[in-house]
Structures are given as structure tokens and as C-alpha cells.
Ligand binder design. Structure first.
Ligand code: 2NL
Length: 360
């Protein structure tokens, strides 16, 4: 026999328990205990059948009301617990919507940097070291040691940038080629010498194919028996490696430089394919570099005996090599610092040039 008083006590107890349930699991246990098949309220409702009609008239609505209110209380508590759980999860799973959409690598190597690295890799494989020197040079290292006589017109063809004269009347220049690096090396150490000198050089000239600052790489070999045959072999191998081709057809035309004797220009057979060039085939010849046997006067100017030592040297434009291999047509774009150009023509810093997996 159940009384409405007992129901009130049960409601108070269950309502308190629902309010105290601290998670959804505890709440579900409570629901099963009260409203499940064998729950306390369910069992009471099943006993309605054994009651007298008068009793049932009172207890029926009372039990139904209790069942509804406890059901609602459980549902409300469940919603509150779910909201609390969601808040807790959101607090730990914070998403910063201002972050970039994808974690894309930013920045690229300039084609000139890429080509410089390729040059270093190719010549390192042949046993060359990379040598460096100052951009601001004195007249001796840039001209005099290289067999440009004082006041000789060849100095004028270099469109030299002169620095403000110093107190002793001397005047430094922005180096017009990287040859002074080789002069310094020959003066500092004994042969055998096998170096390349890549770097910035400066000439007062500005149009579609000339910028006042550009890049050169020169090479130098000084030994006792280094000769023109070695020079040709090195240069042909270099062109094949750089342009990643097996066939290189070349010709060496006589030329003149003050610092080499004999001097030559190297041409290679090529054809145009879109903006880039294909080396080895085609019916055109392209001048690609200048070279020669180091002039005995230059060897003597560096304190070495030209009867004991001889060697060869060459020089070429790095920017032009980059244009030939990678196709960007206007040299001025190379130094305009336009990030869109760099993004298009740049190289991944993670893919370093090497001879095993390809230069570029
Ligand atoms: C060119 C030609 C050349 C050299 C550079 C050189 C350096 C020393 C001695 C002798 Cl220390 N020669 N360098 C030799 C021949 C040609 O450059 O057309 N460059 C863009």
C-alpha cells in the first residue's frame, strides 16, 4: 500500500538525486532505477491494477504526474550536462580561425641562388673549391694584376663604378668581375689551385640584358702542366652536367682578353624550345663563356714563376645561365624583388641541388 505522502517523499529524493547527478552515466543509472522496466516508479504503476477503484483514482494521476516530472527533470539535467560537456570540450579544442588555411611552406630560392648552388655542386664533383672575396676592390686586384695596363682603354670597356678617392689619392672600385678573387688566391697560396669564384659584380649599364649588378662565376686552375685540353674537357663536362644533357657540341673561337693568352669564346649548339633553350641539338650556336690560358704576366703579378706554373681560367654570367635554363626572359625581373615572380620562378629550399637525384 502506497500513500501520496510516500510519493512526495520519493519525488523529493529523486529530484535531489537528479540535481546531484554529476555526469550522464550517473544520470542514466538514476533513470533506470526510477523509470526503467523494474524501476521504482514503474513497479508502483504496475501495482495500480491491484488497487481499489477509489485508491486508483487518487494514485493513478499522482503516479503519472510523478513519472512525467521525474522524466522531465532527468531530460533537463541531461541537456544541462551535455551543454557542460560540450563547453569543456570546446575549451580544450580551441580552433584559431586566423591561422593560414594550409600549412604551406613560404619562401623560395631565387633562380640565381639555385644556379649558384648547381655550379658549386658540379665543380665540387670535379675537385674545385669555392673561393670568395670583397665586392669593393682596389685597382690592383681588379685591373693591374690582370694585365690591364694603367690608363689602358680596356679599363673603360668595363663601365667601372668608382668609389670616392681616398686620402692617398687611390680609388677603390666595385669589382667588375670576380677575377680579383682568383688573384687573391694565387697570391695567398701555392699551386695546385683549383677554384671557382662565384659572386656579384658591378658595371654601369642598364637595359633589358644588362643590370648594374649581376653575377659571374669564374674558374681557375694553376698547376705545372694544366693545358687547354683540360680546359675544354672541364667546360664541355660542365655544360653537359648543368643542362642535364648527354650531348654537347661546342666550338672554341679565338678571342682576346688582357688576362689570358691564347683566349677563346666557347659556343654550344642549341635550339629554342618555348622560353627555354635545348642544348646539344639544333642549328644555332650560342656564345656561352670566355676562357683561355692564364697570361704569364698575370702569373708573375701574383708572385708565381710563369716558367714553373701555368694554367687556365674561364668566366661566365650566372644570370644568363639561369635565364637559359629556367626561361625567365627579362633580366631586370631578376632583381625587381617581386614576390609573385619569385613564387613562380623560385625553388624549394628543401630540395637541394645534388648530382645523385638531379640538380633541379
Ligand atoms: C667572360 C670572360 C673570363 C677569365 C675570365 C681569369 C682570371 C684570372 C686570370 C685569367 Cl685570375 N683569367 N678569368 C678568363 C677568361 C675569360 O671571362 O666573358 N666573362 C663573362
Amino acid at each position: 500500500m502506497t500513500t501520496t505522502g510516500e510519493l512526495d517523499a520519493l519525488e523529493t529524493e529523486l529530484t535531489a538525486a537528479v540535481g546531484a547527478a554529476s555526469d550522464e552515466g550517473a544520470l542514466e543509472t538514476l533513470r533506470v532505477e526510477a523509470l526503467g522496466k523494474k524501476g521504482r516508479i514503474s513497479l508502483m504503476m504496475r501495482s495500480l491494477g491491484q488497487m481499489s477503484p477509489e485508491e486508483r483514482q487518487v494514485m493513478g494521476p499522482a503516479l503519472n504526474g510523478l513519472k512525467d516530472r521525474i522524466g522531465s527533470a532527468i531530460a533537463a539535467r541531461k541537456a544541462a550536462l551535455e551543454a557542460k560537456a560540450l563547453d569543456a570540450r570546446l575549451a580544450t579544442e580551441r580552433a584559431d580561425v586566423t591561422l593560414p588555411v594550409r600549412n604551406e611552406p613560404k619562401g623560395a630560392l631565387h633562380p640565381v641562388t639555385q644556379v649558384m648552388e648547381e655550379l658549386a655542386v658540379i665543380f665540387a664533383d670535379m675537385g674545385f673549391e669555392v673561393a670568395e672575396g670583397p665586392d669593393v676592390e682596389d685597382d690592383f686586384h681588379n685591373f693591374t694584376a690582370l694585365n690591364f695596363p694603367e690608363g689602358h682603354p680596356a679599363r673603360d670597356t668595363h663601365d667601372t663604378f668608382f668609389m670616392k678617392p681616398e686620402s692617398d689619392g687611390s680609388q677603390k672600385v666595385l669589382r667588375t668581375h670576380t677575377s680579383p678573387v682568383q688573384i687573391r688566391t694565387m697570391m695567398e697560396r701555392k699551386p695546385p689551385i683549383r677554384i671557382i669564384a662565384p659572386g656579384r659584380v658591378y658595371r654601369c649599364d642598364w637595359d633589358q640584358t644588362h643590370t648594374p649588378m649581376f653575377h659571374q662565376v669564374e674558374g681557375l686552375v694553376i698547376d705545372k702542366e694544366a693545358h687547354m685540353g683540360h680546359l675544354k674537357g672541364i667546360l664541355i663536362d660542365f655544360i653537359a652536367a648543368f643542362f642535364e644533357t648527354d650531348v654537347v657540341e661546342s666550338r672554341f673561337r679565338p678571342h682576346h682578353f688582357p688576362f689570358t693568352e691564347p683566349s677563346a669564346e666557347m659556343d654550344v649548339r642549341y635550339e629554342r624550345v618555348g622560353d627555354a633553350v635545348k642544348i646539344g641539338s639544333g642549328d644555332q650556336w650560342m656564345e656561352i663563356l670566355g676562357c683561355g690560358m692564364v697570361h704569364p704576366n698575370v702569373i708573375a703579378n701574383c708572385g708565381l714563376d710563369p716558367d714553373e706554373f701555368q694554367g687556365f681560367a674561364w668566366g661566365m654570367g650566372v644570370d644568363r645561365l639561369a635565364m637559359l635554363k629556367y626561361g625567365a626572359p627579362d633580366l631586370r625581373d631578376y632583381f625587381a624583388n617581386d614576390v609573385r615572380w619569385l613564387a613562380h620562378y623560385g625553388f624549394s629550399p628543401l630540395l637541394q641541388a645534388n648530382l645523385a637525384s638531379g640538380l633541379s
